[in-house]
Ligand binder design. Structure first.
Ligand code: UT7
Length: 393
C-alpha cells in the first residue's frame, strides 16, 4: 500500500527559441532540496519520495520506579536548591530504581504494557532492540535479559548504546527490519537506570537524571490487528499510519562532552578509576546544551522534509526531556507552540533513552495523542548522537 503519486508524462520538447525547460522532477511535487534531504548520508532507508510508511507503532508502554526523589531531598544531599534546578532545567522530581531492581526489570514492565496495548504476546515478537547505556551487566546486553524475562523464543535481541537518542535509533533500525521483511513484529525499548551511574556528590549531574523505561511494538504499516491480537485484512485508509521518515546522526568529534570516562578498554575499571569518579557520568553541560538546540532543530526540519511535511502538519512534538530550556529553544526555532510539546521533565527528569517512549506512552494513554495524529520525535545525547522520526499514529 502506498500513497506515492503517479509519474508525470515526459515534458514536451521546448520550441527552439525558448530556453530548455528544467528537467522534469523524478518525483513530481517535491522540490530538489527535499529530495536531497531524503538522501542524506547516515539516514539509510529514507529515500521515499512521499510519506509511505513501512512500519507502524502498534502499542506503547511505560514504567517508572515507585521511589520518587524530590529537589528538596537533593538540597540535603548536595549544594543545590529547588529554585536552581527548577529554573535551569524544569525538573521538580525524578524516579529512582529500588535496590535490586534492574534495567531489564523496568524494560520488561514497559514491554508487557506495550504488548498488551498491541494485543500481542511475547511469542509474536521477531526482534528485540533495547536502547540503553545502563544495562544490567556489561555483557551480555540488557535485551538478552529482557528476552528471557518476557519468555520470548529464540529471536535476536541486542542493545544500542546511542544514549538519549537510543529510542530514535531503535525506531529507525526496527523500521528497516520491517521494510526488508526480516522481521514483522519488533519490540523497541528505551531504558535507563542512571541513578547507578551518577556521582551523587556532583551537583552538576546528579540533579538531572532519573530512572525509567518506555517501549513500543512495531509491525508492518498495513498490518491490522483484531482485538484478539490476530491479524485481520489490511485496512484501506487514506492516511496510513506508520513511520513516515526517520533520520539518525552521530558526531564523534564531541565524545568528551558527555561520557563515562572509565570502565571500558581505554580506561579499565580499576580501583583508582572508581575512587576518582571516572566510572560515573561527566558532562560539559553548556556545550551539550548549545549542540542540542541546534541539532534537534536541524534534524527535525530534515526529517519533516523527508516525509514531505512541515510543522503545520504536526499534532504533537515529543522531544527528549533533557532540559525545559532546550525544549523551549527548539519550540522557538521551529516556530511550533510549546503547548503542543509533550512535556513531563518536571516529574521524570532526564531518563536518557527512556525519555521519549515514556512521554509518548503517557500522551497516548491520557488521550492527547490519538490515532491518526502526526507526531515528531527528536532526541540528542552522548556521542554526540541524535535523530528524529515523524510518525503517524
Ligand atoms: O540528555 C543528554 C543531553 N544533555 C543535555 O542536553 C543537557 C544540556 N545541558 C544543560 O541542560 C545545562 O547546561 C545544565 C542544566 C546541565 C546546566 O545549566 P547551565 O545554565 O548551563 O549552568 P552552568 O553549567 O553554566 O552553571 C552555572 C552555575 C555554575 O556556577 P558559577 O560557575 O556560575 O558560580 C555552576 O557551578 O550553576 C552552578 N551549578 C549549580 N548550582 C546549584 C551547576 N549545577 C548546580 C546545581 N545547583 N545543581
Amino acid at each position: 500500500m502506498t500513497d506515492r503519486p503517479a509519474e508525470k508524462p515526459a515534458a514536451e520538447k521546448p520550441p527552439a527559441d525558448k530556453p530548455p525547460a528544467e528537467k522534469p522532477a523524478r518525483y513530481p511535487g517535491r522540490a530538489p532540496d527535499e529530495l536531497a534531504a531524503s538522501r542524506l548520508v547516515g539516514s539509510a532507508g529514507h529515500r521515499r519520495p512521499m510519506p509511505c510508511p513501512r512500519s507502524r507503532i502498534l502499542g506503547t508502554g511505560g514504567y517508572a520506579p515507585e521511589r520518587v526523589l524530590t529537589n528538596q531531598e537533593l538540597e540535603r544531599l548536595v549544594d543545590t536548591t529547588d529554585e536552581w534546578i527548577t529554573t535551569r532545567t524544569g525538573i521538580k522530581r525524578r524516579h529512582i530504581a529500588a535496590d535490586g531492581e534492574t534495567s531489564s526489570d523496568m524494560a520488561a514492565a514497559a514491554a508487557r504494557q506495550a504488548l498488551a496495548a498491541a494485543g500481542l504476546t511475547a511469542a509474536d515478537l521477531d526482534l528485540i532492540i533495547v536502547g540503553t547505556i545502563s544495562p544490567d551487566h556489561p555483557v551480555p546486553g540488557c535485551a538478552v535479559h529482557l528476552q528471557r524475562k518476557l519468555g520470548a523464543h529464540d529471536i535476536p535481541a541486542f542493545d544500542i548504546a546511542a544514549a538519549c537518542a537510543g529510542f530514535i535509533y531503535g525506531l529507525n533500525i526496527a523500521d528497516q527490519f520491517v521494510a526488508t521483511g526480516a522481521a514483522r513484529c519488533v519490540l523497541v525499548v528505551g531504558v535507563e537506570l542512571l541513578s547507578a551511574k551518577l556521582n551523587w556528590e556532583d551537583r552538576t549531574t546528579c540533579v538531572l537524571f532519573g530512572d525509567g523505561a518506555g517501549a513500543a511494538i512495531l509491525g508492518p504499516a498495513d498490518w491490522r490487528l483484531q482485538p484478539s491480537g490476530r491479524e485481520g485484512p489490511p485496512a484501506a485508509v487514506d492516511q496510513p499510519a506508520g513511520i513516515l521518515s526517520s533520520m539518525i546522526f552521530t558526531d564523534g568529534s564531541q565524545t568528551g562532552a558527555l561520557q563515562i570516562p572509565a570502565g571500558g578498554s581505554a580506561d579499565p575499571p580499576t580501583l583508582e578509576a572508581l575512587k576518582e569518579g571516572r566510572l560515573k557520568v561527566h558532562m560539559h553541560g553548556k556545550d551539550v546544551f548549545r549542540t542540542a538546540v541546534r541539532n534537534l532543530v536541524a534534524s527535525s526540519a530534515q526529517t519533516l522534509k523527508a516525509a514531505g511535511l512541515t510543522t503545520k502538519n504536526l499534532d504533537w512534538i515529543v522531544a527528549h526531556q533533557a532540559n525545559l530550556r532546550i525544549i523551549k529553544g527548539v519550540a522557538t526555532r521551529l516556530r511550533y507552540p510549546l503547548e503542543k510539546f509533550v512535556i513531563n521533565i518536571d516529574r521524570f527528569g532526564n531518563t536518557s533513552s527512556a525519555s521519549i517512549p515514556i512521554a509518548l506512552d503517557e500522551a497516548v494513554r491520557d488521550g492527547r495523542i490519538q490515532p491518526g495524529h502526526t507526531v515528531l520525535m527528536c532526541a540528542l545525547g552522548a556521542g554526540i548522537s541524535w535523530g528524529a522520526a515523524v510518525v503517524r499514529m
